[in-house]
Design a protein around this ligand. Structure first.
Ligand code: IPD
Ligand code: CA
Ligand code: CA
Length: 264
C-alpha cells in the first residue's frame, strides 16, 4: 500500500499526541520516590519506563490494533502489518532516576521497513520534535534545519556510552579522545534521542555513538534527515536503525567527523 500525505499526517499526529501524554506521565513521576530495578550492573529501569510504555502500547492497540510494535521494555507485538511502531518510552533513564532533567519519549513508525514518521517529546522543555518522510522536520510545529558549521573547531558535538563501557573493548573511549581534541566542545547529555534531535535542529553539529538500539534512533534520525542532515555508520557505510553505531551530522561536518573518528 502506498502512503498518502493525509494518512502520514494522521499517523504523525497520533505519534505526537501519544508521546506527549507518555511524557506527561514521566514528568508527573519525575520528583517522586520511584522504584528502580536493574537490568545489568548500571542499567536501570524505573517504574515510569514501564508505565509510559504500557500507556503507549495501549494507545497503539486501541488506534491501530493490527500494527506491529517493537519496544525497549518488551511489550512487543508481531504482526504481518506493513506498519511497525518502534518505541523508547523513556530515553535517558539514568538521568531520570537521578532527577537530572534530560530525558524524553521517542516513537517512530516504520512502513515496509522504512521509517516514515517520528515524534520525540521532551517534557522538561515542552518540546515536541516531529518528522515525516518527505514532509520535513518540525519543533513545536515550526520547520527547522540543521546547522551550517563545517569546521571541527567550531562544532559542538554530542555522544554517549553504552552500559557495558567498563568491560567492553569496543567502548567509545578512543573515539571520544579523538573528537575531544578536535571539536570546540563535546557533550554527553545522556539521552540519545534528544542528542539526535538537538543535532537535527542545530543545537549540536554532530552526534555519534556505538551500540545504540532501534528505539533510540528511529524517530530522531528521521528528524536529522528531514532537516537536511546526514546519517551513516561511524565508518561511513550505509546506516539503518538496526545498525548498532551511528554518526548523525549537519552534512557539512560529516567528512571531518569520519576522518576524526577513523584517526585520519
Ligand atoms: C540510553 C541513553 C544514553 C545512551 C545509551 C542508551 P536508555 O538509553 O540514550 O544516552 O548513551 O546508549 O542506552 O537506557 O536511557 O533508554
Ligand atoms: Ca529507555
Ligand atoms: Ca534509550
Amino acid at each position: 500500500m502506498k502512503l498518502s500525505r493525509r494518512h502520514l499526517s494522521d499517523l504523525v499526529a497520533f505519534a505526537a499526541a501519544t508521546a506527549r501524554s507518555a511524557g506527561q506521565i514521566l514528568k508527573a513521576g519525575f520528583d517522586s520516590s520511584m522504584r528502580v530495578d536493574y537490568k545489568g550492573r548500571i542499567d536501570p529501569v524505573t517504574e515510569y519506563d514501564l508505565r509510559a510504555e504500557r500507556h503507549i502500547v495501549g494507545a497503539i492497540a486501541k488506534a491501530y490494533p493490527d500494527h506491529a510494535v517493537l519496544t525497549e521494555e518488551g511489550n512487543n507485538r508481531e504482526s504481518p502489518s506493513e506498519f511497525r511502531w518502534v518505541i523508547d518510552p523513556l530515553d535517558g533513564t539514568v538521568n531520570y532516576a537521578h532527577r537530572f532533567p534530560v530525558y524524553c519519549t521517542s516513537i517512530g513508525l516504520e512502513h515496509n521497513g522504512r521509517v516514515v514518521a517520528g515524534a520525540v517529546y521532551d517534557p522538561e522543555r515542552d518540546e515536541m520534535f516531529t518528522a515525516t518522510l518527505g514532509g520535513g522536520a518540525k519543533l513545536n510545529g515550526q520547520r527547522f534545519r540543521v546547522s551550517t558549521t563545517s569546521r571541527m573547531d567550531r562544532a559542538l558535538i554530542a555522544t554517549g556510552f553504552a552500559y557495558d563501557v567498563a568491560t567492553a573493548r569496543r567502548n567509545n573511549l578512543g573515539y571520544f579522545a579523538r573528537v575531544a581534541r578536535k571539536a570546540q566542545g563535546v557533550r554527553r547529555p545522556g539521552a540519545a534521542a534528544l542528542d539526535i534531535v538537538w543535532t537535527a535542529c542545530g543545537r549540536f553539529d554532530a552526534f555519534w555513538e556505538l551500540k545504540l538500539h532501534p528505539w533510540d534512533v528511529a524517530a530522531a534520525s528521521l528528524c536529522v534527515l528531514e532537516a537536511g542532515g546526514k546519517v551513516t555508520r561511524c565508518n561511513g557505510k550505509p546506516w539503518d536503525i538496526f545498525a548498532d553505531d551511528c554518526l548523525a551530522s549537519n552534512g557539512k561536518l560529516h567528512r571531518p567527523m569520519l576522518a576524526t573518528l577513523t584517526g585520519r
